[in-house]
Design a protein around this ligand. Structure first.
Ligand code: MN
Ligand code: MN
Length: 481
């Protein structure tokens, strides 16, 4: 009998890459942790509606967790023991938090960097005027906004004013339910035929973003007879009586106008969050909470930097294009290491690894025509890893190396972090950038990774709770690595 023909060839086994929601990555009982995390995150959003407020709230939490002022420790001149927690503030707008590791600083840091400025309306330097019978604040928008989205919503005013004598007053109006709010008017549809023919970009021009602050004139016989200014005068009197502010004091003020109100759970299943400023406070809070919660004394020094001015290009003394972080690392090197601190600082920066923690765009089925579906972040599928950003041929991007992607992917898988790869959208339809390139130029490995958002830069942005929590989990794993 002929022998039976046996198939000695092995069947090839392939593992398709599944793109699934990340809920299965949650261990038993972990959903409760996620809910607690998101509650704390929403409180952070409510307390941190401007970069100054987001800075102060993070600093408050860090100090409560035992972080000490690095500048004071530098003045003492004693090397920092492994495990020491330090902070350094850059003019109350950018904050650096670090946990000193066992290894020398010059062997590099594990850095997570996010930004705490968000698109908004800034009051112009001479903002208050009266038009007809209304008192208004003239504004100059900050960051990339769709202007038509900022009309007819309740707005709050936050900021600082320095009086003539140099004293500082902090304003926060419109968040307490008992507070008044401000708003910008829009045209009624009955008279909007011409407006409706304009493009979205033209319908509400930047100069039309004038915020109503009052309508009540001071009485005629009250010293000033000039009718054209009596409503404005009423507002000036309120500012003087309540805050001791004169009109000229606006010259030394930073007043930011943002959507009023608190962060809310979104959806009947409460699986999402709707709030102002999630770009990029969703990643900033995750970076801060992760460094506060990371267990043990790290091998490499870990640092979170939450910075200002990303939305307008990272320029200025509080942006990531400044030398603040470099100087801070130099202080750490000078304090802890013998030898040339200049070279030590270069080495520390070059040998660092960084997660550039910034939000990405979610695939939105309502706007699927600008999506590259297999390469877009999907809601609640986990933290989005963006190998490169940029626009039109990756221009302006820091392209993370395959080597670094390999390390990060392995780390996230080991830590059971739900993650996904993403791009900003279809090639050639637009683009954007992050702080990644400002760190990559030191020679360190950097990759963008953060929470996906719906309606990015809108007054209210949407995020997924699982994605917010996975960002925290990812950054914590990175610190603990
Ligand atoms: Mn951002
Ligand atoms: Mn942005």
């Amino acid at each position: 009998m002929p022998s039976k023909k046996t198939d000695t060839k092995k069947k090839s086994t392939v593992t398709p890459w599944k793109h699934e929601p990340g809920w299965e990555k949650l261990a038993a009982g972990e959903e409760k942790k996620m809910e607690a995390y998101c509650k704390a995150y929403m409180q952070y959003l409510d307390n941190g509606k401007t970069e100054r407020m987001a800075h102060d709230e993070a600093l408050r939490q860090a100090v409560a967790a035992g972080f000490q002022n690095l500048d004071e420790l530098v003045a003492k001149g004693k090397p920092l023991a492994p495990g020491t927690k330090v902070y350094r503030s850059c003019y109350g707008k950018t904050l650096f938090l670090a946990r000193i590791g066992k290894a020398p600083i010059s062997s590099g840091l594990n850095l997570v960097g996010a930004h705490i400025d968000s698109p908004r309306l800034d009051a112009k330097p001479n903002p208050l005027y009266q038009d007809d019978t209304l008192a208004l604040l003239d504004t100059h928008y900050y960051g990339g906004i769709k202007k038509y989205q900022w009309v007819t919503i309740p707005l709050a005013l936050h900021g600082v004013v320095f009086r003539k004598d140099g004293s500082k007053v902090t304003l926060s109006i419109g968040e307490d339910p008992a507070d008044p709010v401000l708003t910008i008017t829009d045209l009624l549809p009955h008279l909007g035929t011409d407006q409706a023919r304009k493009t979205l970009a033209e319908a509400i021009p930047g100069e039309a973003l004038n915020v109503i602050v009052g309508s009540k004139p001071v009485p005629k016989d009250d010293g000033d007879d000039d009718v054209s200014d009596r409503v404005k005068l009423g507002i000036l009197r309120i500012l003087k009586a309540k805050y001791g502010i004169e009109e000229e004091d606006f010259a030394s003020a930073e007043l930011e106008i943002v959507p009023a109100g608190k962060a809310r759970e979104l959806g009947l299943d409460r699986s999402m969050i709707l709030a102002y400023g999630q770009d990029d406070r969703s990643c900033a809070f995750a970076a801060v909470k992760a460094i506060l919660d990371a267990s043990g004394t790290p091998q490499r020094t870990c640092a979170a930097v939450i910075c200002d001015k990303e939305e307008i290009g990272s320029f200025g003394k509080t942006g990531m294009d400044s030398t603040f972080m470099e100087n801070t690392v130099a202080e750490l090197v000078a304090l802890n290491e013998k030898g040339d601190a200049f070279v030590g600082t270069r080495r520390a920066l070059e040998h660092s690894r960084m997660l550039s923690a910034d939000v990405c765009a979610l695939h939105d089925p309502a706007f699927g025509d600008v999506s590259s579906p297999n390469n877009m972040a999907k809601l609640n599928h986990g933290i989005g890893l963006c190998k490169y950003t940029g626009s039109r041929g990756k221009s302006g991007s820091s392209d993370a190396s395959a080597e670094f992607m390999s390390q990060i992917r392995t780390l996230f898988n080991k830590a059971n972090v739900a993650w996904q790869m993403c791009e900003l959208g279809k090639v050639d339809v637009g683009g954007g950038g992050t702080i990644a390139l400002y760190l990559a130029r030191y020679g360190m490995d950097v990759v963008d990774c953060g929470v996906g958002l719906f309606s990015m830069h809108a007054p209210l942005e949407g995020s997924g709770k699982l994605d917010c929590y996975m960002a925290y989990k990812a950054y914590k794993a990175f610190y603990e690595a």
